[in-house]
Design a protein around this ligand. Sequence first.
Ligand SMILES: [Zn+2]
Length: 472
Amino acid sequence: MTSPNPFLQLDRQMVGDIYTSSEVMDNLTILCDEFGSRFGGTPGEKQAADFMQAKLVEYGLQNVHLEPIQYEGWRRGEVKLEVISPVYQEIPCITLPHSPACQLEGTLIDLGDGAPDDFEARAADIQGKIVLTTSEVRPKGSSRWIHRMEKHGRAVVAGAAGFIFVNHYPGFGPATGGIGHNGASLIPGISVALEDGAYLQRLIKRHGEVTIRLTSTDECAPMVSWNVIGELPGRQHPEQLIMLGCHYDGHDISQGATDPASGTVALLEAARVLAAYAAADLPVTVRFALWGVEEIGLIGSTQYVAQHADELTNLRFYLNMDMAGSLPNKGIVLNKWPELEPILAGWSAEMALPFGVEQSINAHSDHYPFLMAGAPTGGIGSVGGPPRGGRGYAHTRYDTLDKTDITSLREAAVLAARLALRMADAAGAGSWPARRRSQEVVADLLENPENKEEEAFFARLDAFYRQARRER
Ligand SMILES: [Zn+2]
């Protein structure tokens, strides 16, 4: 049974266009094969920003512009990891973004999957050593997701001399991810494949003391990135906003095809069809944002939220689209907005498009600065399918164009365009119940044991960095 659909004509135009055009895959091919990783500080990053700006203009969006972002960036140099005792062996590795240049010799300590309790219990042994831990996100004894940044941070505060991140999936090579803290990490961090990490763990187990030498020539330096912004102005309440956002920078070791570019091009495609068919009917403004330098600390979106603080009360919803064009079981993950669930369920019925809705809070993409500022937020996420096994190819050198397919890109673009149309309509009619939260309500929301432990740790890490930088 299909519910009556007041947007049937527009839906048919937008969906029909997306499914009869190759534009979304053409754009993905250009972003990946012409501009490479688009990592902060690479030539391809600016080329991608200029390309997307030109696309938004071509599609008929308005107020299209770049917003520059000043930040402390990082450039990969050479790296060499050698086991020097009890055997000699060179091990392939990559440094993690914001790892400082180093010449380091030290002994290894194996923290296994990196459970917070183990870091606490073994703090005295960690001092001065090089911590080895896997990328397992749910270490034994931990009820919550433990992010790389926390494991690395726990090594830093325990006084480790270095950090080795071991991929917990075989055959994927080393997994990358930033370890900076508004600039260079205090200790070098590298990543190795599961197979090489397992070898190091076996050596530690058999010999007790394993000494390595790590040499790297990475550089930290002030850099500029760009957020790319364009919009379709509202006809009745232009000051009210619905926003769609996705970052466009990938990690420098790959094309970042699934993470993030599958979402980046789905956003561009939604912008294209909304501009072509719905622009005259939008009562409120729909704004599109392509964020710079997400991968090394949500830098572009964080700056945007700070610089556009006066607009956030009028922001009715921010929809994040990171990786959206490569997720199975696409649905909507709301950041604890239960009042929106019945509305989305009603739309799912009228759209004749079953999609799941979940509620959760996490800090690891561009919705987060908006969430912290109280704005209603959510994102396209994997909802209701079998549990996903980590990031897959994302953050490895194998996140390349061949891992994507046009059907998944189209699904994400269709979901985003049809929902943005309805959100704008509901906001214009005053029937969209989400309103900006106060800072007290935001704080209460994070007040649960899981978030509390993580937040308390990152506050401690913050203080540790402030102190360490004062002493330098
Ligand atoms: Zn991403």
